[in-house]
Design a protein around this ligand. Structure first.
Ligand SMILES: C[S@@+](CC[C@H](N)C(=O)[O-])C[C@H]1O[C@@H](n2cnc3c(N)ncnc32)[C@H](O)[C@@H]1O
Length: 422
């Protein structure tokens, strides 16, 4: 390279010297969409069915909040998302509704008046241990201020924000203190809690939820975070079957298997060198580790499942080296398919996943069945009626069942969910 900087290897083929979008192996779909001009900034497009409450979805990604809130009888009247792949995927899943683009360029007046709830998982890289950790010094950290601007202008009755739990610890808690104060200064009672999706989904996913209720809501009712029932689910609940309609084809299996190049990348990464004991092959009776947006990039988030059914009944997690330092054979390991990754997050089987960047979107998204649990008490506290007047469990159960791969697994999950005290 002329400036002496080494270019990163292309993540499509592993070769250095070109980016994934220029890779001869990239699909025509990716090359075409990258060359398409960006749509002009506008207000987005939203259909207007009758609804029990309205919401706006910032940093919409693949619409994880919306999957849950639609079910609860909400109407999404506004969304914003900058990534064109996410926008396309969103349109596909939500009846052609198109999020407006860069939030920094959206006038508050574009958002319909009398908004009930504003939701959003603001970009977490500045606060995440696998991201920059530069917090508010990072341009993406400052996107939080766009939420503040829109809360001040729209005066939504309540909000739900989501982020990595590292935000609580960032800068010894000082960053979160600023965030909380700015939200309170907008005129809201604010509370927060770390909620772990692993209680109801087979994935460890601790995320910080910040919930606000406008101070003048009369009478202000307290918000309590939900207590999620501990279902103790394992990855086996969401894996493709060995046969039947849900089975992976031979081509899929080949595509998901680890190539020698990928195996050597996993072995060479600094994290692996430092932690040879780390769990790389999932124990299928237990929950997966957190699905990260970097899943396909072979860094810390790498986790695999056995492609050989004989490897599935292990009691212990499998690292990539034996205690004697010998390499473990990884040829029978594969990545999760993007559908399995979506199931780990609780997205319904009917949810369309675009072929490009699916893992990236899924790793960034919120888990819809957690959102229905967090949103139900907020609707109650705001005096809004959702379809689920109780604690959100009925809608959450439906979402969990819809993220099941086949009738057999759905039936055993139903039995678990229908226990008197799940
Ligand atoms: C953590 S993800 C949120 C994912 C989302 N909650 C979901 O369920 O899929 C943050 C999203 O913010 C989007 N984003 C980043 N900067 C943005 C901006 N300036 N305007 C609008 N969206 C932006 C990113 O493309 C990414 O999809």
């Amino acid at each position: 390279m002329p400036n002496g900087k080494k270019r990163k290897a292309c993540y499509q083929c592993g070769e250095a010297g070109h980016r994934a979008r220029e890779c001869p192996q990239a699909s025509a779909e990716l090359r075409e969409s990258v060359n398409k001009p960006q749509p002009p900034v506008d207000r987005g497009h939203f259909s207007a069915p009758a609804a029990l409450f309205t919401f706006g979805e910032l940093f919409a990604g693949m619409g994880g909040f919306r999957v849950a809130l639609d079910r609860m009888g909400g109407q999404c009247v506004f969304a914003s998302e900058i990534d064109r792949f996410c926008v396309e995927n969103y349109r596909h899943n939500f009846g052609g509704d198109r999020p407006a683009g860069d939030i920094c360029r959206i006038e508050s007046s574009s958002i319909p008046a009398d908004l009930d709830i504003l939701v959003g998982g603001f970009p977490c890289q500045p606060f995440s241990s696998s991201g920059s950790l530069r917090g508010m010094d990072d341009a993406k950290g400052l996107l939080f201020r766009e939420i503040v601007r829109l809360l001040k202008d729209t005066k939504a009755k309540g909000f739900i924000l989501e982020n990595v739990r590292g935000l609580l610890l960032h800068n010894d808690g000082a960053t979160f203190a600023i965030i909380r104060k700015e939200l309170e200064d907008c005129g809201y009672h604010v509370c927060h809690e770390v909620v772990d999706a692993v209680n109801i989904l087979p994935q460890e996913r601790r995320r910080l939820f910040i919930v606000g209720i406008r101070c003048d809501i009369n009478p202000p009712k307290a918000y309590s975070f939900p207590k999620l029932p501990a279902l103790a689910r394992g990855v086996e609940d969401i894996l493709h079957s060995e046969d039947g309609t849900d089975a992976l084809s031979k081509d899929d299996l080949e595509r998901l298997a680890l190539t020698n190049h990928q195996i050597s990348k996993v072995r060479a990464q600094p994290y692996t060198q430092k932690h040879p004991e780390a769990r790389f092959l999932s124990n299928t009776a237990k929950a997966a580790k957190t699905m990260q947006s970097s899943y396909t990039k072979w860094i810390i988030g790498s986790q695999f499942v056995p492609s050989d059914a004989n490897l599935r009944d292990r009691d212990e997690p499998t690292p990539i080296r034996t205690p004697d330092g010998d390499d473990v054979d990884m040829q029978q390991w594969r990545r999760y398919s993007s559908r399995e990754a979506a199931r780990l997050q609780g997205f319904p089987e009917s949810f369309h996943l675009c072929s490009q960047r699916a893992y990236h979107m899924i790793g960034n998204s919120v888990a819809p069945p957690v959102i229905s649990m967090v949103a139900a008490p907020l609707l109650q506290a705001l005096g809004l009626k959702g379809k689920d007047d109780g604690w959100g469990w009925e809608i959450t159960k439906d979402l969990l069942l819809e993220a099941s791969p086949n009738d057999e697994r759905r039936e055993s999950l139903r039995a678990l969910l229908d226990r008197p005290d799940p």
